[in-house]
Design a protein around this ligand. Structure first.
Ligand code: IMP
Length: 428
């Protein structure tokens, strides 16, 4: 039984929520390692659509412990709101939620700065979620950030807050007092959840508990390996699980990448297989491609093998979960991007230089669609022959197995591929 990382292969919104929810049945702990409430993980439980932003998806499975790691940035107001919303739905927390004392806090001035950046000419092009994520990580790296544990020490928190407010010209004592009191109160409220995550997780692993490391966003939004600067501010890739939770790479045995049967992106930045036409609009409609956090329409396009191969290499992925296959049911022809054309050259690797990516034209291979209903099919044998050919071709192009195929949003609308690495890791 192995500890595995589950993460997004492309630009997020791959359907990780459903996959983590489904597989968390087979582990003891689900641990989130980066990002913040910019994420939106959608899960369907008994026809109820639940969107999680900050709390690990394992919270929907009773008895599973859920950890928010040091690599996450936490908006405490949003966290308490999410806890309250889930409690109203009948989710019981019973000491199951644990938060790292080292996680950084998103402060009101971070939110304001992110909103202002969105309106300014320079950063507007990134199209952030406006939740204060980038400014909070900026302060972390500048060594000015406020950590969750600081909120339990009035003197230390007061000193740090004063420096941060002074730096922003917000030093009026009334304002200081207001923010200070609010965050000290937040600290009191979340104190029961706060722990040393690295110590806790390593002890748990030593005693045989199994951990699912949950990534947010996706590889192409990773600050180091994505389409920089059109990225988020954290490491969404597998390495982020180690730094964002305080576990060594030797503790992780497998990496499962979640990838859609086509491609989407929200926010700005290059997207070589984007379909700015009727087909793209149809995929958006059929796939209900609107942001789970901001409601923005997602840009849609064909499956891009170069992006997936890039993600396989960066993350050491050995198994893929292919999602939203049924969205392609109505397509007469389906295209797979197998290379890029750039200045009369054929590229077979995703370029490291973003200005090159912007000039690339996709080279497609076409396959006939299956034009039949695959929604809810839960065995490979029951899929139409053309669908199986599409899946086989993807595995051939990427050189990595499919461990799971999702044919609808519900838990049972899933094909688990027997004898795959994934089923071996989880002993299922
Ligand atoms: P930020 O993470 O709010 O700073 O936004 C940076 C970029 O990442 C923008 O293009 C966002 O649309 C994108 N982004 C952030 N979180 C998600 C997500 O969970 N899914 C998809 N895109 C995201």
């Amino acid at each position: 039984m192995a500890n595995i990382v589950i993460l997004g292969v492309k630009w997020g919104d791959e359907g990780k929520g459903k996959i983590v929810d489904l597989l968390s049945e087979h582990v003891d702990i689900v641990a989130r390692y980066q990002g913040g409430h910019n994420a939106g993980h959608t899960v369907m439980v008994d026809d109820q659509r639940i969107v999680l932003h900050l709390i690990p998806t394992g919270i929907l499975r009773s008895g599973k412990k859920c950890i928010i790691g040091n690599g996450v940035v936490v908006d405490i107001q949003a966290l308490l709101q999410e806890v309250g919303d889930l409690q109203k739905l009948g989710v019981s927390f019973e000491k199951r939620l644990l938060i790292s004392n080292r996680a950084h806090v998103i402060m009101p001035y971070h939110r304001r700065a992110d909103q202002a950046d969105k309106q300014a000419s320079g950063l507007q092009r990134i199209g952030t979620t406006g939740r204060g994520i980038g400014p909070a990580y900026t302060d972390k790296m500048a060594r000015l950030g406020i950590q969750i544990g600081d909120l339990l020490d009035e003197k230390l928190f007061g000193e740090k807050l004063k420096i941060n407010l002074d730096n922003r010209g917000l030093s009026q004592s009334e304002h200081f007092q207001q923010v200070f009191s609010r965050y000290i109160e937040y600290g009191r409220r979340i104190k029961p959840y706060i722990i040393d995550v690295s110590y806790y997780l390593n002890q748990a692993i030593d005693s045989g508990e199994r951990v699912l490391f949950e990534g947010a966003q996706g590889t192409m939004l990773d600050v180091d390996h994505g389409t920089y600067p059109y990225v988020t501010s954290s490491n969404a890739t597998a390495g982020g699980a180690c730094t964002g939770l305080g576990v060594g790479p030797t503790r992780i045995e497998g990496v499962l990448g979640v990838v859609k049967a086509y491609t989407t992106r929200v926010g700005n930045g290059p997207f070589p297989t984007e379909l700015d036409n009727e087909t793209g609009a149809e995929l958006r409609l059929l796939g209900d491609e609107y942001g789970a956090t901001t409601g923005r329409p997602r840009r849609c396009g064909w499956f891009d093998a170069l992006v997936v191969k890039h993600a396989v290499r960066i993350n050491g992925m050995e198994s893929l979960a292919l999602t939203k296959l049924d969205v392609l049911d109505k397509c007469r022809q389906i295209k797979l991007c197998i290379g890029y054309e750039w200045q009369n050259e054929r590229l077979t690797q995703f370029p490291g230089n973003i200005s090159i990516v912007e000039q690339c034209q996709p080279i497609y291979e076409e396959m006939p669609g299956w034009l039949s209903d695959t929604r809810g099919i839960n065995s490979l044998e029951a899929l139409p022959a053309a669908t199986r050919k599409y899946l086989d071709r993807i595995q051939e192009l990427i050189g990595v197995e499919l461990g799971l195929v999702s044919t609808g949003p519900r838990r049972e609308e899933t094909i688990i591929i027997k004898s795959s690495k994934l089923t071996n890791w989880l002993n299922i």
